[in-house]
Design a protein around this ligand. Structure first.
Ligand SMILES: [Zn+2]
Length: 200
């Protein structure tokens, strides 16, 4: 997949994925959480970009800042760890764009995966996808979530055959960048932008 170049003017404190191109090495030294290759600095972790303009250093911080307890209507980011016919389980690691530790477990019922009818949950999500979800019940353990809404859904999908990242080729269709396998996902409107943070 193509991840757009990180825009440091517009997107300070933006969440980035491993492999996001952050800067050119002529301009910035790569700090924590980065690596340099072919004159570019890339993120090596998922985290928040921090720029030190005096030192010309760009870093990515993946450390959680404080304990966060998810509440109803919070927007979370997590990895799909299990998909059954009716239920999807997500390991939540970001709440309202902040990294949390330890992670929370969220379940999403098939009726909350999409407004459209689905035969099974894997018509919308697959294991190891990264999803942006909304908390619809925080009193239960695990949390209950929803992917209904244009900004909610899969933000990054792995190919179910080879595990490579996939590009969006239609509203809810993705194609593997390596093996061309086509899959179906409930994608977010900004799928593939490399931007994981939720913009309000
Ligand atoms: Zn593939």
């Amino acid at each position: 997949m193509t991840i757009e170049i990180y825009d440091r003017i517009k997107d300070s404190e933006k969440l980035v994925l491993p492999g996001t191109r952050l800067a050119v090495t002529e301009e910035f030294i790569g700090g924590f959480g980065t690596y340099s290759e072919d004159n570019y600095v890339y993120s090596s972790v998922t985290g928040i970009v921090v720029i030190d303009l005096e030192r010309h250093e760009i870093s990515v911080l993946s450390k959680p800042k404080a304990a966060v307890i998810p509440k109803i209507n919070d927007i979370v980011l997590g990895t799909v760890v299990n998909v059954s016919r009716q239920m999807t389980t997500v390991s939540v690691s970001y709440v309202n764009n902040r990294l949390i530790y330890p992670s929370y477990t969220m379940v999403i019922h098939i009726s909350q995966l999409s407004k459209e009818y689905l035969d099974t949950a894997d018509d919308a999500v697959c294991i190891s996808d990264i999803v942006r979800a909304k908390v619809i019940d925080a009193k239960t353990i695990p949390l209950q979530g929803s992917l209904i809404g244009s900004q909610l859904g899969v933000v990054l999908a792995s190919c179910s055959i080879c595990g490579s990242s996939s590009d969006k080729i239609g509203r809810n269709k993705i194609k593997c960048s390596e093996c061309s396998n086509i899959g179906q996902r409930k994608t977010t409107i900004d799928y593939g932008s490399g931007n994981l943070a939720f913009k309000t």
